[in-house]
Ligand binder design. Structure first.
Ligand SMILES: N[C@@H](CCC(=O)N[C@@H](CS)C(=O)NCC(=O)O)C(=O)O
Length: 289
């Protein structure tokens, strides 16, 4: 679990904070996952909205809290926890009701959440190719250099290797002038394989881990929502998952956290029209049309 050491945190004031504080962004998939979890548990929390579109996460103050410069980050009674899945596993222990990680499935859940987290750069790649026009989200070299200079650069008292992963992603985007076809196909294939596995699980059960809703459903609902927005052919390729997704998406406590602002919805719609005309839409690029 990534619970930061005091020396990792440069914005020392948060170490004095009491109660539960979440740093998050409306449109961030990992933040949405945490907010749905908090809704279901009815946990009261203080919101600190970090506007990624205005680069509020690449500041001395925020990177002094999360040295990875990412949302979400949690401060609970002076402890700083980063990484959405670690935050959720931590919260499950502190707020056990209703159960979202069954006691006898903790290890399996942990393993499946790790697999889910390994796909994070893939969902980002698909989002930045098929949901948001890449010219709006590409980072110039100057922002990457600023990112590298901020924060302690340490997690658990040691130099953090994840920062390099982050900067490589953004520098790749500069080199390829966006997300390349090859990168998009790789991300698509990884998701197709993972979703196939969950499609099979749904053959004899209502939810991904059995017959009751768990954290795994929340985590995959968020990914599938984004894949839908990227025009992934969910219902055609994985019909059972399509039904599972529709049922969750009809719930207020899920849907309220993943609402796309109307301005972005319009831009995404326009992007899809242009991509279809140019033959650069998702199903054409990945050869699934
Ligand atoms: N593995 C991390 C991923 C966090 C992450 O990548 N957050 C994105 C939003 S979903 C972010 O903060 N992006 C800002 C940026 O890359 O500049 C987690 O699960 O918390």
């Amino acid at each position: 679990m990534v619970m930061l050491h005091e020396s990792d945190v440069l914005t020392k004031e948060v170490l004095e904070w009491r109660g539960l504080h979440l740093f998050h962004y409306n449109g961030s998939s990992c933040s949405q996952k945490v907010r749905i979890f908090l809704n279901l548990k009815r946990i009261p929390w203080t919101s600190h909205h970090v506007n990624l579109a205005k680069s509020e996460h690449v500041t001395d103050w925020y990177m002094g809290i999360n040295p990875r410069g990412l949302v979400p980050a949690l401060v609970h009674d002076g402890k700083v926890i980063i990484e959405s899945n670690d935050i959720l596993e931590y919260l499950e222990v502190s707020f056990p009701e209703p159960v979202l990680i069954p006691a006898d499935r903790k290890e399996e859940m942990h393993r499946l959440l790790r697999e889910e987290d390994e796909l994070h750069l893939d969902i980002r790649a698909l989002s930045m190719r098929f949901v948001v026009p890449s010219f709006l989200v590409k980072k110039p070299e100057s922002s990457i250099l600023k990112y590298e200079a901020l924060g302690s650069g340490k997690v658990n008292g040691k130099a953090d290797p994840n920062r390099v992963r982050e900067t490589e992603f953004w520098r790749d985007m500069i080199r390829n002038n966006g997300i390349s076809d090859e990168r998009a196909c790789m991300a698509f294939e990884r998701f197709r394989r993972a979703l196939e596995q969950y499609e099979n699980r749904l053959e004899g059960q209502h939810f991904l881990l059995g017959d009751s809703l768990t954290l795994l459903d929340i985590a995959w609902y968020i990914y599938v929502k984004r894949l839908n927005e990227a025009t992934y052919p969910l219902h055609r390729l994985h019909p059972r998952l399509g039904m599972w997704f529709d049922a969750l998406d009809a719930r207020d406590d899920f849907r309220s956290e993943v609402h796309m602002p109307s301005g972005l919805g319009f831009l995404t719609g326009l992007l899809h029209v242009v991509q279809r005309i140019c033959g650069t839409d998702l199903v054409t690029v990945v050869g699934e049309n």
